[in-house]
Design a protein around this ligand. Structure first.
Ligand SMILES: C[S@@+](CC[C@H](N)C(=O)[O-])C[C@H]1O[C@@H](n2cnc3c(N)ncnc32)[C@H](O)[C@@H]1O
Ligand code: SF4
Length: 452
């Protein structure tokens, strides 16, 4: 049996620990959440500031591979009420916080942030700073759709302090684009990439995916060659997450048989990775590559890389507030998630309540496991040589890892493990060995996408 067949099992992508299906929602209350935010905020606002993730859910047309929370509409009169709701939610947080927040990071994610007009994006960002300051070395970023990002939007967001943008590319092959309902010619991507560079953006990212319907090795090679010709600073090379059971995500329009099988999917990744490494990109974490000159590579090399619900970030803040429908917030020792439909999100805000519907308070064991999983995802290594990293079940975890050691995926060294080059594609499986909540209660139905 190949390693891929052996290790391709359903598993979390670990943007949090505990993962969302393992949150103890019954032990969570909004009052505990508020308290957790206030405590972490007081401890860190001056030193590191806070991050904001803002979910902008609207898209004009549905891409049938997409696993994000989105609402498809061509009506742009949805923009203003949504911005008003976001600012109301932010006001509720600002009333709670004992000082004026210092915002270190803003990330506009989606859906499609560039669905919104420049004027509405300006109202949003200016609205946030009525009650907040910019922290030193702030980093603002957004996700743009190459088919609808305008020069004006790029210039407007640049003027508001944004220096990082990532564009959804996925794959350039026509048959793949047709299957995922995303007609997006190369020249659209080239145009927005050139504009962003001309305006002065210092980090431009492209999102690619392997494992899409009908995708072949030639398609990946061609997509990477085209991507490489534009030299984006960062490249996300995601494994296609097939999660059709998630309500409302619209993964249809192709059959399961149209997806590349396990071993082929792995080859798509390997060939893509080989090309990227050949062209001066460094693999800085699961699914992510960056040019040597990019701040993300520097963070990876200096051990400062961090991972949260936004994906990888080049620095860490303990407090991350997620605004908007379905957003997740993190106060380091607690998580909270907002209502997942626009209707429920608006309804709670209309009652002047934080629009949260579930959360989790981390216990001391969760905090230690969270650290190990972060170390593995951000540094490809972890150790358990002090009180902050040792936990009573470490021996069981280590015995679960011996098989992976035999397979050459990791090495033990003193009280630490190091993921080998061969083991990097299996980092989710290695993290799963540390996931005590998953070990104690295996899911009854499939909750997660496949690890490979
Ligand atoms: C919110 S979208 C990017 C912005 C914009 N909406 C667009 O499509 O260009 C975020 C990225 O998530 C990735 N993504 C979405 N669904 C995925 C899935 N099922 N598996 C893997 N990656 C996925 C895609 O690469 C996509 O570009
Ligand atoms: S990939 Fe982007 S544009 Fe397509 S549906 Fe998902 S969020 Fe919307």
């Amino acid at each position: 049996m190949s390693l891929v067949q052996k290790y391709n099992v359903p598993g979390p992508r670990y943007t949090s620990y505990p993962t969302v299906p393992y949150w103890e929602e019954n032990l969570f209350s909004i009052d505990q959440w508020k308290n957790a935010v206030i405590q972490s905020f007081i401890a860190t606002n001056k030193s590191e500031g806070i991050s904001l993730y803002i979910h902008l859910p609207f898209c004009e047309s549905l891409c049938t591979f997409c696993g994000c929370n989105k609402r498809i509409t061509k009506r742009h009169d949805v923009e203003k009420p949504y911005i008003t709701a976001l600012l109301k939610e932010w006001d509720l947080y600002c009333e709670l916080l004992p000082q004026r927040p210092n915002i270190k990071e803003i990330h506009l994610g989606g859906g499609t942030p560039t669905f919104f007009s420049s004027d509405n994006l300006t109202s949003l960002i200016n609205g946030l700073f009525k009650n907040a300051n910019k922290a030193k070395d702030y980093e603002f970023s957004f996700e743009g759709h190459p088919n609808n990002t305008t020069y004006e939007q790029l210039q407007t967001l640049y003027n508001l302090g944004f220096r990082r943008v990532s564009f959804g590319v996925q794959d350039y092959a026509e048959k793949v684009q047709k299957a995922i309902h995303r007609n997006q010619p190369f020249h659209n991507v080239a145009k927005v990439t050139f504009w962003a560079r001309e305006i002065g953006y210092t980090s431009i990212g492209h999102d690619l995916i392997f494992g899409l319907p009908f995708q072949t090795l030639e398609d990946v090679l061609d997509t990477i060659a085209k991507t490489n010709s534009l030299q984006p600073n960062r490249i996300a090379f995601y494994s296609y997450a097939h999660v059709p059971w998630i309500k409302g995500n619209g993964q249809r329009g192709f059959k399961d048989e149209d997806l590349p099988k396990d071993d082929i999917k792995r080859k798509l990744y390997e060939i893509g990775k080989k090309e990227l490494l050949k062209h001066n990109y460094t693999e800085i974490g699961m699914d992510h590559f960056a040019l040597k000159s990019d701040s993300m590579t520097k963070s990876f090399e200096t051990g400062k890389l961090h991972r949260n619900f936004m994906g990888y970030t080049s620095s860490k803040t303990e407090v991350m507030i997620g605004l908007g429908v379905s957003s997740i917030s993190d106060s380091w020792n607690a998580f909270a998630q907002n209502e997942k439909t626009l209707e429920d999100y608006y309804a709670k805000l209309d009652e002047d309540k934080l629009p949260i519907f579930r959360g989790h308070i981390l216990n001391s064991e969760d905090l230690i496991i969270r650290k190990h999983i972060l170390n593995l995802m951000c540094q490809f290594k972890t150790s358990w040589n002090d009180a902050n990293t040792y936990f009573s079940e470490i021996e069981t975890v280590l015995s679960n890892l011996t098989e992976m050691e035999k397979d050459g995926l990791l090495k033990f060294k003193n009280q630490s493990i190091i993921v080998t080059e061969k083991g990097k594609p299996f980092v989710r499986n290695i993290c799963m060995a540390f996931d005590l909540r998953l070990k104690r209660k295996a899911p009854q139905t499939q909750l997660f996408s496949m690890t490979i």
